[in-house]
Write a protein that binds this ligand. Sequence first.
Ligand code: IPE
Ligand code: IPE
Ligand code: MG
Length: 241
Amino acid sequence: MISFSNRRRRRYLKNNIPFHVGIIMDGNGRWAERRGLPRIMGHKVGVESVRSVVRAAKKVGVRYLTLYTFSSENWQRPPDEVSYLMYMLRNLLIKEVDELNRQGVRVKAIGRLNMLSKEVLKALDYAIKKTEHNDELNLYLALSYGGRQEIVDAVNKIIKSGVKEVDEDTFKRFLYDPELPDVDLLIRTAGEYRISNFLLWHTSYAELYITDTLWPDFREEDFYEAIEDFSKRVRKFGKVV
Ligand code: IPE
Ligand code: IPE
Ligand code: MG
């Protein structure tokens, strides 16, 4: 049986609009370094890009947008940078929640969230609760997220649950958020040709779009360009079309 969400996804894809867009927001540090500024300035300006892209995704009619906000591996950055990123995240959640709510955006998060501080978790929980009835755009923040960790965590949940055998559909039920669909379009900024442990399960047939533009420079128009590029792709899923 095809679920409602799957039917909706198919309709979207027929119209060449990606149902789920994932973004690896990269290049904040380089953006700042090129201007002789501290790296954190790149993160700060990158927040404006997040606002732009959320607006653009809504306009285009994308239903799921996952932003790679902080990876499992990013914990190994200098403590000052980690603290700043967490501080920014918390502020952003607190400051933007009303606007996101007004726009009908539903905020969700995936990752090893228990590694986040109490303060960040509180702001995150509040944003998730406050926006839980919205359904215009599902905005997923991948936080303390790693694709391999997600798979390992799923396997451990399966072992604990006593389930003895899984297929793809049952496996998916044990991921951080079973509702999160496959990624149709994966955008990476700053010209790096790698996945960096992002959504390994969900990107198996994603279309890749890599741009040299650094994240703090990536705005609405750049997002539309990526969507337009996607709309010209022929997706074959291994078949002959
Ligand atoms: C992306 O920008 C932001 C995060 C990973 C949190 P970077 O900080 O990785 O920027 P570069 O790659 O050093 O330019
Ligand atoms: C990926 O960017 C993580 C996020 C965008 C949050 P990185 O800058 O951490 O990835 P690498 O180190 O270049 O692979
Ligand atoms: Mg980087």
